[in-house]
Design a binder for this molecule. Structure first.
Ligand code: PLP
Length: 403
């Protein structure tokens, strides 16, 4: 059976060139980057090369890059790091209602420690309301943390405007760029951003490794204490092989950015066009133009997302829904609720996220399958309009439904 992976916002396939770059650091160059001997120096050199490759991808300086275990740790380090460092100055943080849990849960944890958090609303396309941001800034505000692009609906926020506003008020600005790094250009020599989170596995690097950009002069309190690695800001022996892989992934992303961008947007737009024109009562979630090049997020009336996902899986298609599994029940996504959908609409949503490996043929296969699966599910859906049944039973005796 044909298999199509179209869930690249969840994770990506490690690029074969990245795998090739990692292997020597598993087999031969396995020293601890802190060791003085030649094995240590080899590992250290690999790590520093990666620091440079990542800095180049985002137009930063290598000394502004800290290695972490991924996007979640970068978000925690930035947000808690600023909160603890600046708590004497104020205890107010502003974020948005559509952030990834790595930001939202971190903010909630700070709330329980006495910080005040403002969760800004977004409009129906997922854009943060700047007027509301302005109104909520107080003397106590020490940090604004707003994501660069949303991991579910793909909406890209106007981070330069937000950063400028933050700086006008002497506030630190952090952005979670986990979904944008390597996909769209990021030029930190021009952006008013003090801290920016990166995760390697979203741009064809390995899982469990990430980076935090920290602009020179921005102070944070370390949340990982120990041997003083990463200039005392993130203790713990560095994941050298993973870091080398992330560096290679950054180098590839930089050299392929233009080609990847045009191929992804071409496939995304084809997907959107076919779905919206061939499936009745289908809608695009998120912003029509300010969206990630690889993201197409739909909702379908009369469809339950989990059934859709399972039916697609049966046809070899790996996608994602608008629901999140909690321990007991299927919760509608907080992002879809924040853009004004109701629970039924949120549960009827589907995220398709393209990657470098996808082809035009994949897109046609996904569209053909989707048209067929949505039609079949609607035939048996109690949520879908039932005029067909009403017509079939028109003029007959009422059915005894209580048997
Ligand atoms: N932030 C965003 C926007 C994400 O999409 C993700 C991962 O899905 C994360 C943070 C967490 O990154 P990681 O999986 O590297 O911890």
């Amino acid at each position: 059976m044909r298999r199509v992976y179209i869930d690249n916002a969840a994770t990506t396939q490690v690029d074969p060139e990245v795998v090739k770059a990692i292997i020597p650091y598993m087999e031969d160059k396995y020293g601890n980057a802190s060791s003085i001997h030649s094995f240590g120096r080899e590992a250290y050199d690999g790590m520093e090369k990666a620091r440079k490759q990542i800095a180049e991808l985002i137009s930063a300086s290598p000394k502004e890059i800290l290695f972490t275990s991924g996007g979640t740790e970068s978000d925690n380090t930035a947000i808690k790091g600023v909160a603890y460092k600046r708590r004497g100055k104020g205890r107010h943080i502003i974020t948005s209602s559509v952030e990834h849990p790595a930001v939202l849960e971190t903010c909630q944890s700070l709330e329980s420690q006495g910080f005040k958090i403002t969760y800004l609303p977004v409009d129906k396309e997922g854009i943060v309301n700047i007027e509301s941001l302005k109104k909520n800034i107080t003397e106590e505000t020490i940090l604004i943390t707003i994501m660069h692009a949303n991991n579910e609906i793909g909406t890209i926020e106007t981070i330069q405007e937000i950063g400028q506003l933050a700086h006008d008020h002497g506030i630190i600005f952090h952005t979670d760029a986990v979904q944008t790094t390597g996909k769209i250009p990021i030029d930190l020599s021009k952006l008013d951003v003090d801290l920016l989170s990166i995760s390697a596995h979203k741009f064809y690097g390995p899982k469990g490794v990430g980076a935090l950009f920290k602009r020179e002069g921005t102070s944070i309190e370390p949340i990982m204490n120990g041997g003083g690695h990463e200039r005392g800001l993130r203790s713990g022996t560095e994941n050298v092989a993973g870091i080398v892989g992330m560096g290679k992934a950054a180098e590839l992303a930089r050299s392929r950015m233009t080609d990847d961008f045009s191929s992804l947007t071409g496939m995304r737009d084809r997907l959107i066009k076919r779905v919206l024109s061939e499936i009745e009562e289908s809608y695009l979630n998120g912003h029509p133009t300010k969206r990630l090049p690889n993201n197409a997020h739909f909702r379908f009336s009369g469809i339950e997302g989990e059934s859709l996902l399972l039916s697609l899986d049966e046809k070899g298609i790996a996608a994602s829904t608008g629901s999140a599994c909690s321990s007991k029940k299927l919760m509608p996504s907080h992002v879809l609720m924040a853009i004004g959908l109701d629970e039924v609409q949120a549960h009827g949503s589907l995220r398709l996220t393209l990657g470098r490996k996808n082809t035009r043929d994949d897109v046609e296969y996904v569209c053909d399958t989707l048209v067929e699966v949505v039609r079949r599910l609607r035939e048996i859906s109690p949520l879908w309009k039932r005029e067909d049944i009403a017509a079939a039973y028109a003029g007959r005796e009422p059915l005894h439904t209580h048997i």
